[in-house]
Ligand binder design. Structure first.
Ligand code: NOJ
Length: 489
């Protein structure tokens, strides 16, 4: 028998009920009707924190308002040829003025946590020296609005928008003066927000902004440093992290929790034999020794120092102690499997397997589709560094996200991505891997750095002409997961 659907049926399916927007999850059961689904959902732990994430330069706009100083990303995005669609963050999502509307969007997802970043050049337009009180005023308004809506603020102190003044004066992260300035800025902010903000991320994705911004020259500040200087910049960044942890501990309210948000080099066993898993643990430690490793171990591994040779950073024992200051949690930004690993008889005991050209990827070409990465990366990190609290501080994907004639966005590839990654994350938590929360990147489409506005990562579509925000189908999907604290097969 063939089932025939009329145009009206299809139109209805594509309407509110198909989007899950007509009735909140659970409403059918409450009315006494049986729930339409009968699968066994895979639950996340009680109290699991569901959230979304954004960052200052990517959404705020208002780059010249209320005393904000320029950042290296203002300079970089205004340099011809750097951004794919020739755009910049001058206006972005106008979140600086629309933050109340945006908090309402977060609330309607049902999430209880929001990770945003504070723009250093709003608080210290010159990087150091006299603070600009209007800068923190904005974040105070945002924090109050979040709390009034039952949403826990998670603040990130550095999401790449370094004050341009620091780049000009001391060479940015090439100088440990920037590490010190970051520590001072962190203390200044923590003293003023920790009455309401309990969780502070120090530095976001040191791995990315150092590699791309100081090594390859394709992110701000656009430098192509030789290996020795690049390692020194890495060292100054982890030193900045350690100084920030100490400054926050010194001034923040008791109970304030702090940690990094790092995009570790993600290693996944090619397939899960005991030998391959062990090899993946060794590889994860070595591949991350210069950043997250030293933050968690308070020392560089022998392998790292040997490999760096004369390009190793200059450091003191005192600095290592600061860098290794204890964190309360570790944030991991997990997107793609970066390396598949197999055990090897040869030193160092593991090998990186080459990727076939046919390996699947999402709408962003770098974003390989490998859901198992979100199972292995936190599991292995927790084991090798003995971490007891992990947050997935970012995960998500871009999608074509075309507005259809009916005004909707059917981002089925994003839903498939999220479903598969979340199933693997649930697999990890069900085995006791200490992942306590998940922040979906991103709340809404925004300035995706060198791709400008071409790559859309949001749960909400943004029309950058009108600033209209429209929920994509994935927003309804995520809301359903959050409401159940579980995901079906
Ligand atoms: C990680 C970065 O922290 C964020 O700024 C970026 O937009 C996402 N990855 C997606 O590329």
């Amino acid at each position: 028998m063939t089932l025939k659907f009329s145009r009206r049926h299809l139109a209805k399916l594509a309407g509110l009920s198909a989007l899950g927007l007509a009735m909140p999850a659970g409403a059918a059961e409450k009315k006494g009707k049986p729930a339409p689904e009968r699968f066994a959902p895979a639950p996340f732990p009680k109290g699991f924190v569901w959230g979304t994430a954004t960052s200052s330069y990517q959404i705020e706009g208002a780059t010249a308002e209320d005393g904000r100083g320029p950042s290296i990303w203002d300079t970089f995005s205004h340099t011809a040829g750097k951004i794919a669609d020739h755009s910049n963050g001058d206006r972005a999502n106008e979140h600086y003025h629309r933050y109340q509307e945006d908090v309402a969007l977060i609330r309607s997802l049902g999430v209880k946590a929001y990770r945003f970043s504070i723009a250093w050049p709003r608080v210290f337009p010159e990087g150091t020296g006299t603070p600009n009180p209007k800068g923190l005023d904005f974040y105070n308004r945002l924090i109050d609005e979040l709390l009034a809506n039952g949403i826990e603020p998670y603040a990130t102190l550095y999401h790449w928008d370094l004050p341009q003044a620091l780049q000009d004066r001391v060479g940015g992260w090439l100088s440990s003066d920037t590490s010190k300035a970051f520590g001072d800025y962190a203390g200044h902010v923590a003293a003023r927000i920790s009455d309401r903000v309990k969780n502070i991320f120090t530095i976001n994705e040191a791995g990315r902004f150092l590699e791309f911004g100081y090594g390859l020259g394709i992110d701000a500040p656009g430098l192509k440093l030789p290996a020795g200087e690049l390692n020194q910049a890495r060292h100054n960044v982890v030193l900045g992290h350690g100084l920030a942890v100490q400054a926050i501990r010194a001034v923040a309210r008791k109970g304030t929790r702090v940690g990094p948000a790092e995009n570790i080099a993600t290693c996944v066993p090619a397939f899960a034999t005991a030998e391959n898993i062990r090899a993946t643990e060794l590889a994860t430690r070595e591949m991350n020794a210069g950043l997250l490793g030293v933050m968690l171990e308070g020392k560089y591994t022998d392998g790292f120092l040997e490999y760096a040779g004369s390009n190793a950073p200059k450091f003191t024992a005192e600095e290592l102690k600061i860098i290794g200051s204890k964190n309360d949690f570790v944030g991991l930004n997990i997107y793609a499997p970066q390396f598949y690993i197999a055990a090897s008889d040869r030193k160092p005991g593991w090998s990186l397997l080459p990727f076939p050209a046919s390996f699947p990827h999402m709408n962003s070409e770098w974003l390989r589709f490998g859901p198992e990465v979100i199972y292995w990366a936190p599991k292995i990190a927790a084991k090798i560094w003995n971490i007891d609290t992990i947050y997935i501080s970012e995960n998500g994907t871009s999608s074509e996200d075309r507005l259809r004639d009916d005004g909707r966005i059917y981002d089925l590839d994003r839903i498939s991505f999220l479903r598969n990654y979340l199933v693997q994350l649930q697999r990890a938590t069900s085995e006791g891997v200490p992942v306590m929360g998940y922040f979906l990147w991103s709340l809404m489409d925004n300035f995706e750095w060198i791709y400008g506005y071409e790559k859309r990562f949001g749960l909400y579509h943004v029309d950058f002409q009108t600033q209209a925000r429209t929920p994509k189908l994935s927003a309804a999907f995520y809301r359903d997961v959050v409401a159940r604290n579980a995901i079906g097969p």
